[in-house]
Design a protein around this ligand. Structure first.
Ligand code: HEM
Length: 480
């Protein structure tokens, strides 16, 4: 990859960076290619740090350099908006945190922040360890499984219980296929057809799925309001801890206004979609990488044995599970579940040698930047030790941004890290995950980066169920 020249008086500002031409009139899009991550990597290699392409009337600039990424993510508030690409699906996300902009987004972010404070995270940690333990108790030594399905299932249970405070077993049968239909409609050519509003069968199934999710979520909002009205309202578990929906239902802005049902629906569905598959993918890719790197796996087991012995982890173990944390961070570098981010400039934007016109679409790619050899030695190697404090401090800011950055940084980053570390610790304590032979595990770059056909594995028991004098207190959460 070539570095971008610094603009100077003798170097006039051209308007159009190099990039693939694509077809006349239509142009091109990495989203329509068979392998979007490979296409983006090739563009970075062939054209440099700033790449231009167009698709129909939409003009895109892909920025690969950390300094340019910083300019966008920390740029003047209001200049870089989510824009058209993330509004391609208003029926699904509505005006939720992920897609809204301006003062409305700021208000919603302020209202939602308390749901992600430390006390709330401690409660979600409790749920995480319980669900991880339930999963491993259902497994058997020598069993063959698709580990990605297991991770999708367990993270869905965790996010649903964290959101609604209840085990929604009967709803899972509707929610799981609905989420699957939504994911299919946002993959490859389906996503282009969706963007262009072409009436395909996939599109029809997508809207049916959104309707089903709406029915469930509006029902849960109504019963949440009812419960709040009644005497036993919140707190539900007697410890002052509340589920996410209750926190959003009771949130008030500076004028004392609360969220409408429609707004609650948009936020809840956004959290469900943003918080479920991303964490599942982080774990699925972790198992994939661990199975191929036995020396890393050994170090992980050594830490778990030293810190936890035979008892289940709790949230207060998190500061001690440093290597476990590094394993998760390193997986997020190599297989970032959110592998690209879109923005639109509201004003002209000077970046490197180029002045991009207002209305330009900007693409940042975690996949490409986080594998760039300029910032990461042996970038393809799974090496959690690169996250030691000393080594990590040498990295340029935004060479690594799996959770985005700046004001629009992932609101669930703390939740996701806690959840991933505790899931990994609880499961790896009991089981080794071995890859089934004769399979090609390939990333499929859809909205998220998924293993195309899942990951088939064989389970190998390391330890019987963790022993604790009292199972519930074993999984109990103390404030970190
Ligand atoms: C490994 C797991 C996760 C990854 C990799 C991830 C990644 C990201 C990224 C890259 C963004 C920024 C998008 C942008 O700038 O356009 C984002 C935003 C967001 N994420 Fe996450 N996320 C994860 C887990 C979660 C969880 C667990 C939740 C909630 C329960 C969540 C909720 C959100 C929301 C609501 C936003 C929008 C925030 C805003 O714009 O104010 N995410 N996430």
């Amino acid at each position: 990859m070539s570095a971008t020249a610094i603009p100077s008086a003798t170097n006039p500002t051209p308007h159009r960076p190099p990039g693939p031409r694509g077809l006349p009139w239509l142009g091109t899009s990495f989203m329509a290619s068979r392998d979007s991550t490979k296409t983006l990597t090739r563009w970075a290699r062939d054209y440099g740090d700033i790449v231009y392409y167009h698709f129909l009337d939409f003009h895109f600039y892909v920025l690969f350099h950390p300094q340019h990424i910083e300019q966008v993510l920390l740029g003047k508030t209001g200049n870089f908006i989510k824009g058209l690409t993330s509004r391609a699906n208003p029926e699904l996300f509505g005006n939720g945190l992920l897609t809204s902009d301006g003062d409305f987004w700021r208000r919603q972010r302020r209202l939602s922040n308390p749901a992600f404070h430390r006390e709330s995270l401690a409660r979600y940690a409790d749920i995480t360890v319980e669900e991880a333990a339930k999963l491993t108790e259902s497994w058997k030594d020598g069993e063959k499984r698709n580990i990605h399905n297991d991770m999708m299932n367990v993270t869905l249970r965790i996010v649903l219980r964290s959101l609604f405070g209840a085990d929604l077993r009967e709803h899972m049968r509707v929610i799981e296929p609905a989420l699957e239909a939504i994911m299919i409609s946002s993959t490859g050519f389906n996503s282009i057809a969706f963007f262009l509003r072409i009436p395909t069968p996939t599109r029809k199934l997508h809207f049916l799925a959104v309707q089903k999710l709406n029915d469930i979520v509006y029902g849960l909002i109504a019963s949440g309001r009812e419960k709040l009205k009644s005497a036993e309202a919140a707190p539900r578990d007697g410890s002052g801890a509340k589920d996410l929906l209750t926190l959003l239902l009771t949130a008030r802005d500076d004028e004392g206004n609360s969220m409408s049902d429609q707004q609650l629906r948009d936020e809840v569905i956004t959290l469900l979609l943003a918080g479920h598959e991303t964490t599942a993918l982080n774990l699925s890719w972790t198992w994939y990488l661990l199975a191929q790197n036995p020396e890393v796996e050994q170090k992980l087991h050594a830490e778990l044995d030293a810190v936890l012995g035979t008892r289940p982890p709790t949230v207060s173990d998190l500061p001690k599970l440093q290597y476990t944390d590094r394993v998760i961070r390193e997986t997020l570098r190599l297989y970032p579940p959110a592998w690209r981010v879109f923005r639109r400039t509201e004003e002209p934007f000077q970046v490197g040698d180029y002045l991009l016109p207002a209305g330009s679409n900007i693409v940042l790619s975690q996949w490409v930047t986080q594998r760039d050899p300029r910032w990461f030695t042996e970038p393809e190697r799974f090496n959690p030790d690169r996250w030691s404090e000393e080594a990590a401090a040498k990295l340029p800011r935004f060479a690594y941004f799996p959770f985005g950055g700046g004001p629009r940084v992932c609101i669930g980053a703390g939740f996701a890290m806690m959840e991933a570390i505790l899931l990994l610790a609880t499961i790896a304590q009991r089981y080794r995950i071995r890859l089934a032979p004769h399979q090609r595990v390939e990333p499929l770059a859809s909205i998220t980066l998924r293993p195309k056909k899942g990951i088939r594995v064989t389970l190998e028991e390391r330890m019987r169920a963790p022993i604790s004098s009292d199972r519930t207190s074993g999984a109990k959460v103390h404030s970190a």
